[in-house]
Design a protein around this ligand. Structure first.
Ligand code: PMP
Ligand code: GLN
Length: 380
């Protein structure tokens, strides 16, 4: 039996490849983005309480109502915007699923979607599996800003959506108010949707304000905005997130969602609904993560890597012109095997494998992990 593949060019994701290699070689894993420190025990206790209290059957299809209400309250507190929890928020099994569902709701075969590269690795396959085409635009190296002139030039009558991601994986770049103005200018008077991946909403450093689409009602009316609880509460394995969109768009989103996963696991939603009232748990995250960025960057100053700026996310990138002229894929595999540190080659986030010779390091780790990794990398 043969399948006519919908994704003939896709292999296994780089995260799985590098984590498997890290396990095989007992390497320190700064590759796949996940914390190696424990999540809040208060939150795990709340899940335990929810399960023991009998919240173990299906949640409503759009998500546990008190959780959607708590999210609407949080959005109002952070972005001074009123979102209707009944019609404009849907709980999803992770941010990736929210992005996939939004794309599936809007795309028809032949549509084009503008994607900035390096791009989180699920975006382009999500577009292609829907019979649409990704039109890629490189972020301008080395600070990875958006070239809006290139965006204007890439728009055609087939452009169905623009995807943005800030804070950005893998580079740690962030969009500014000026980017928002430009986004408004290129989409105004068009039917172009915006898919905004804001899973790192709270992981933004140096006092920079996150430019959420939720702050801009005139952009929100054409947008699907995707979030992940995994990144906010250090529980990536929970695979829970949510999407926000205007009611008319959310109606189509839910048509796809209800026949895919239908609803997400109940006890974790019950727990999160209660835990969201603790504002410090999410507003305090930036300072904790910024300290980790600074700690790791400082440790790496004794290595021969040249670290780039990171203003947000779990990640910081570095170049290695003083170490090797190998390709980044080759080097990251060799470092995993020989130096005992796994990283992610940034070329994996370009459809054509463009190799600026940059590695991505995840600093969302314990100090000891970062020290061990930096010590090994400094010997390279
Ligand atoms: N978008 C980006 C940019 C990410 O880095 C991730 C990784 N976690 C996701 C989406 C997906 O998040 P989740 O694990 O909740 O699916
Ligand atoms: N978002 C994480 C990263 O970029 C991992 C997600 C995954 O493994 N699919 O490393």
């Amino acid at each position: 039996m043969l399948i006519h593949s919908k994704l003939p060019l896709a292999g296994t994701t780089i995260f799985t490849v590098m984590s498997a290699l890290a396990t095989e070689h007992k390497a320190v894993n700064l590759g796949q983005g996940f914390p190696d420190f424990p999540m809040s025990s208060e939150l795990t206790d709340l899940v335990n309480k929810a399960m023991r209290s009998g919240f173990n059957q299906y949640a409503p299809m759009p998500g546990w109502t008190p959780l959607r209400e708590a999210i609407a309250e949080k959005i109002h507190y952070l972005y001074n915007n009123s979102v209707n929890p009944d019609t404009e928020i849907t709980i999803t099994p992770g941010g990736t699923y929210a992005i996939y569902t939004a794309l599936t709701a809007i795309l028809q075969p032949g549509d084009e979607v503008i994607v900035f590269e390096p791009a989180y690795d699920s975006y382009i396959p999500n577009i292609e599996v829907n019979g649409a085409k990704a039109v890629t635009i490189p972020l301008v190296y080395p600070d990875y800003h958006i070239d809006w002139t290139a965006v204007k030039a890439a728009i055609t009558p087939k452009t169905k959506a623009i995807m943005i991601n800030s804070p950005h994986n893998p580079t740690g770049s962030v969009i500014s108010e000026e980017d928002i103005k430009q986004l408004r200018a290129v989409t105004e008077g068009t039917n172009i949707f915006i898919i905004s991946d804001e899973v790192y909403e709270h992981l933004i450093f140096d006092g920079i304000q996150h430019q959420s689409i939720l702050k801009y009602p005139d952009l929100l009316h054409r947008s699907f905005i995707c979030f992940s609880f995994g990144k906010v509460y250090n529980c990536t394995g929970w695979k829970l997130g949510y999407a926000v969109a205007p009611a008319e768009l959310m109606k189509e989103f839910r048509k796809i969602h209800q026949f895919n996963c239908f609803s997400c696991n109940t006890p974790m939603q019950v727990a999160l609904a209660e835990f969201l009232s603790n504002r410090e748990a999410y507003t305090g995250l930036a300072a904790i993560m910024q300290e980790k960025r600074d700690y790791f960057k400082n440790l790496m100053s004794s290595s021969r890597f040249t670290m780039q700026d990171s203003f947000g996310s779990y990640f910081i990138c570095g170049t290695y012109e003083r170490i090797s002229d190998e390709g980044d894929m080759e080097l990251s595999k060799r470092l995993t095997k020989e130096a005992g540190v796994a990283t992610i080659p940034v070329s994996a986030f370009y459809q054509n494998g463009l190799d600026n010779k940059v590695l991505r390091f995840c600093f969302s780790k314990n100090k000891e992990t970062l020290e061990k990794a930096a010590e090994r990398l400094s010997a390279v």
